[in-house]
Ligand binder design. Structure first.
Ligand SMILES: C[S@@+](CC[C@H](N)C(=O)[O-])C[C@H]1O[C@@H](n2cnc3c(N)ncnc32)[C@H](O)[C@@H]1O
Length: 677
């Protein structure tokens, strides 16, 4: 062990021990920025422990630790819901390949598609994220990435973290539970899969996603993260996953969910590349202490699963105690009710390692322990006790468990972080199902519920009249939050008819649900309704609305979009729209683009190219948030409907207004106060 030269660079030779010290000169400034000070890429315990496990061959050890000490490449994926994925792929190929880029005197590889990611929608670049942010030559690319990300078209996510939702295979009719969901990058992916058909069929999914986390602050991170997807099929909850109330399905079969993601809390040594502090903190006890929790969460997950349903168990640690040992015990305990699914055909181009059936258990002092001995464990004391479930399966068990069907991603295979993933199918009731059936009411009472109650919305007549809603619109899909009743939430019928009643029956609270479709507004005299339509709800409400829908030409659409936030006089619009606004009553309108070339909009375009405006007494105000505005502008550009000259004209107009306001402000600041003596 000792100090190393920078790997991946000239002079990187002779790494025999497998420990890496961060090259001070190159990373000093960034380390300080990150607040970590100097850190060392070595940990003798880590080395001893993992050399004794069965997961990295001796001849690979050097490559393994070398990659663990390298910064992670930048990775991002085009979201499943993005209607113009090819345009993004084309833009990267034409403008952002960076084929001859030199950074710090070294040529860097161009951005490449991750070969294993479906449909060429995953990208990887060896330049780390913080460098992209800092380098002037990459500023246009950085801006482009941020805009696409704000618009919900791409997600910057670690490559291996993209795998569990892909393995889980969510379809639009599935009821999905994400047991430990925050901060939520996988929840977003699950939602994207749930909504994947919507852009083709125009129909909302019949399934749903419940995203849960034990920590209320982190549950609110989920609210933020999933906002970009804007799903009426999402409910966020805050429970201990191992006590998540046993919802019953309407057909009274055990288990409510078709798919469960159990992305368990873990010691996280697969994330060392992102979080180098783990090098210092790594200790064998971290994994040992988490094993019982992981097992109880995963076991409980199987009780929440329907027969025929599937659960993906994943962690971001290499540790067999937190991975295969948990899975082996699930299989042992289930007595044949759970089976590991062979996922070798899923993501066939992804390099992965098969799960293992033998591993080495070590105590807190890193002594190998050959087998479970209850008496010896008693003597060890409460906090150092090893459990029988931590030990590898017997030979006979191993033959029936097929632990090789689990997969482990190692950093030197695809230049990623480390990850463990497996897929379990429930083929019969699990042992706890029977207990759950008799005990569900009392155990549910014990589970603390954090959040709010969602109440039936009572004012639908007002909305029905204002927007002349068709009878087919289900008012029962509208809810208000218990606090103010100001905001009106829309959820899919699976949420309103199945999930929320089942949750209510168990006194479960909701942290967040669905999308905001209307908000109460004091319209004053002359207004025709109390409820203002929101941009997020507009594409769902519009097909049911028989009034307050306008078709606008390219120019007016772009004009409104780019002057978002300004109060627009009627005469800034083309004559046709100006006359419409003058003769229309106050209130919300959905303006849909009617292309000047007469080409009808496709289903995804119809869903996207709407702008909600507020027609006030003398002005029109565009009610679109910045991310939604960016998404719309990006769509116009992708469809070649964006007029650059108009864009420049509006930018100049905005700048001149800003300059004028600044001059006025300066003048008033310079003016002597009349009261001054
Ligand atoms: C590995 S992270 C999950 C990452 C997440 N799936 C994602 O992709 O963004 C583990 C999460 O589990 C949560 N957690 C820890 N213990 C839990 C428990 N007993 N029940 C539910 N969530 C728990 C933590 O708050 C943390 O947010």
């Amino acid at each position: 062990m000792g100090k190393r030269k920078p790997f991946g660079r000239k002079g990187n030779k002779g790494n025999k021990g497998g420990a890496w010290k961060k090259p001070r000169t190159e990373h000093q400034a960034t380390d300080k920025e990150a607040g970590f000070g100097e850190w060392v890429y070595e940990n003798a315990s880590f080395e001893k422990y993992y050399k004794a496990q069965n997961i990295v061959l001796e001849e690979e050890w050097e490559a393994f630790v070398k990659h663990l000490a390298m910064p992670l490449p930048t990775t991002f994926r085009i979201n499943n819901s993005c209607a113009y994925a090819e345009k993004i792929q084309e833009r990267i190929a034409s403008d952002f390949k960076f084929e001859d880029l030199v950074i710090d005197g070294e040529k860097v590889d161009p951005i490449s598609q991750m070969q294993w990611y479906p449909d060429g929608k995953g990208f990887q670049w060896s330049v780390e994220r913080r460098k992209i942010k800092k380098l002037e030559i990459l500023s246009e690319f950085q801006k482009w990435l941020v805009n696409l990300s704000d618009a919900g078209d791409i997600t910057r996510q670690e490559a291996v973290s993209m795998i569990p939702p892909l393995v889980l295979g969510v379809e639009s009719h599935h009821k999905v539970l994400d047991m430990c969901a925050a901060p939520g990058s996988k929840t977003s992916q699950l939602l994207e899969s749930l909504h994947a058909d919507e852009s083709k069929t125009g129909k909302l999914p019949t399934g749903l996603v419940v995203a849960n986390d034990i920590d209320i602050k982190r549950a609110y991170m989920l609210v933020h993260q999933t906002k970009r997807v804007g799903s009426p099929a999402l409910v966020i909850t805050c429970h201990e996953a191992q006590k998540f109330p046993l919802l019953s399905s309407t057909d009274n079969k055990q288990g409510f969910f078709d798919r469960i993601l159990c992305d368990a809390p873990c010691s996280g040594d697969g994330t060392m590349r992102k979080n180098p502090l783990i090098w210092q903190k790594w200790h064998v006890k971290n994994g040992l202490s988490l094993h019982p929790l992981q097992l109880s969460i995963a076991k409980h997950g199987t009780s929440l699963l329907k027969i025929g349903g599937r659960m993906c168990y994943s962690t971001c640690t290499f540790n067999p105690i937190e991975n295969e040992a948990v899975v082996a015990e699930l299989l042992r305990w289930s007595n044949g009710a759970l089976k590991l699914v062979d996922v070798s055909e899923v993501l066939p181009r992804l390099k992965r390692r098969a799960g293992i059936s033998t591993w080495t258990v070590m105590d807190h002092d890193l002594n190998e322990v050959a087998g479970f001995d209850a008496d010896a464990e008693e003597k060890r004391g409460q906090y150092k006790k090893l459990l029988p479930t931590m030990f590898p399966p017997t030979k006979e068990e191993a033959e029936s468990f097929y632990l090789e069907r689990c997969m482990r991603c190692l950093p030197h295979d695809e230049n990623t972080g480390g990850f463990f993933i497996c897929l379990l199918e429930k083929v019969a009731p699990t042992p706890d199902d029977a207990v759950a059936e008799t005990d569900s009411k009392s155990s549910n009472k014990k589970s603390k519920s954090t959040g709010e109650e969602y109440l039936d919305f009572k004012d639908y007549d007002d909305i029905k009249t204002s927007y002349k809603m068709k009878d087919e619109f289900e008012a029962s899909q509208l809810f208000t939050r218990s606090d103010t009743g100001k905001s009106v939430t829309f959820v899919t019928s699976s949420v309103s008819k199945e999930l929320l009643p089942a949750m209510k029956a168990l006194n479960m609270k909701v942290v967040y649900a669905g999308i905001k479709m209307f908000e109460r507004h004091d319209l004053g005299v002359g207004a025709s309704g109390m409820y203002r339509l929101t941009q997020t709800g507009s594409h769902i409400a519009k097909p049911f609305m028989q009034t307050r829908k306008l078709e606008v030409c390219n120019r007016d659409f772009q004009y409104m979009l780019e002057r978002r936030g300004d109060l627009l006089q009627f005469d800034v619009f083309t004559d046709k729209l100006k006359d419409i606004f003058i003769s229309s009553p106050l209130g919300s309108y959905v303006c849909t683009l009617a292309r000047d070339d007469g080409v009808p909009l496709t289903t995804p375009e119809q869903m996207l190219l709407n702008l909600v405006v507020w027609r006030g007494r003398n002005t029109v105000n565009v009610m679109t948030s910045k991310p939604d505005g960016l998404a719309l502008a990006a769509t116009l550009k992708a469809l070649n409907l964006y007029d650059e000259a108009l864009g420049a004209e509006i930018a100049a107009l905005k700048q001149s207004k800003k300059d004028k306001a600044q001059t006025e402000e300066k003048k008033s600041n310079d003016k002597p106060d009349s009261n001054e003596e």
